[in-house]
Ligand binder design. Structure first.
Ligand code: MG
Length: 249
């Protein structure tokens, strides 16, 4: 887990917590670790893309990879999302939204996660402080809003999230700035008081930093369990202020 974009003097968890006014979360490989499911979404979408162009999936996959490699070379090594790649290759975002709604089935792969729920509750309540205003939690996903909601429901945390910003909210896919701006609008505070939590630096962290939002790069949900400690939001009676090895950057 690595913290980006916040000055070194704010490393102390209590001070991070005092400054926080909102937290943005990615979903896939951030709120769950099922690589098979995350990768399966991509495989299924590429198969649907191949069918659209009457092409073998392996051929379509090569064509997509080649386009992404060229794009990366001309964009300082950054990576392009699948949704934006499809759009560049002739599949409008609106079509991607319909495909994803039809193909992706979170309920078949995800289960309630009590540790995730506990961590998000502690963040939302700033460590179960009854007097503290609730911290807005906004999910920013490259799947449609309905798919994101289904994923959150399958994980048992949908009631803890204030808003889902999805592909169909702005018709733009991370790392475009538009979904992050939509999330900031919902949080309703200065970008410098918000952090974005995600597993991909190019897609979740770099575009957030460009808007002045802080970033927490995680290696899956196990790191998310440690976020209350990173933010100084431990439960009453829990004196631990471990930061789970987080480092400023
Ligand atoms: Mg992700």
């Amino acid at each position: 887990m690595q913290l980006f974009g916040w000055p070194a003097d704010i490393d102390a968890p209590q001070r991070i917590g005092e400054r926080l006014q909102g937290v943005l979360f990615d979903i896939d490989r951030t709120l769950y670790d099922d690589d098979e499911y995350a990768h399966g979404q991509i495989t299924a979408l590429i198969a649907r893309f191949a069918r659209q162009f009457d092409e073998e999936p392996a051929s379509a996959h090569r064509r997509i990879k080649e386009w992404q490699r060229t794009w990366s070379e001309t964009n300082a090594g950054a990576r392009q999302s699948l949704g934006n790649t499809f759009a560049s290759l002739g599949v409008p975002i609106e079509t991607s939204v319909r495909w994803r709604e039809a193909i992706i089935e979170p309920e078949k792969h995800l289960q309630h996660d009590q540790r995730l729920r506990r961590a998000m509750e502690l963040i939302r309540t700033r460590g179960s402080r009854p007097d503290a205003p609730r911290l807005p939690l906004v999910v920013v996903t490259n799947n449609p809003v309905s798919t994101g909601m289904r994923s959150l429901a399958a994980l048992g945390v949908d009631d803890l999230v204030d808003k889902v910003v999805g592909l169909d909210t702005t018709m733009r896919s991370k790392p475009d700035a538009a979904p992050f701006r939509a999330a900031l609008d919902r949080v309703g505070c200065d970008a410098a008081s918000v952090v974005c939590v995600g597993d991909r630096y190019d897609v979740d962290i770099a575009p957030a930093l460009a808007l002045g939002i802080g970033g927490v790069l995680v290696d899956g949900v196990t790191d998310v369990y440690q976020l209350p400690a990173l933010f100084g939001f431990n439960a009453p009676g829990d004196r631990s202020d471990r930061t789970a090895g987080a480092t400023g950057a």
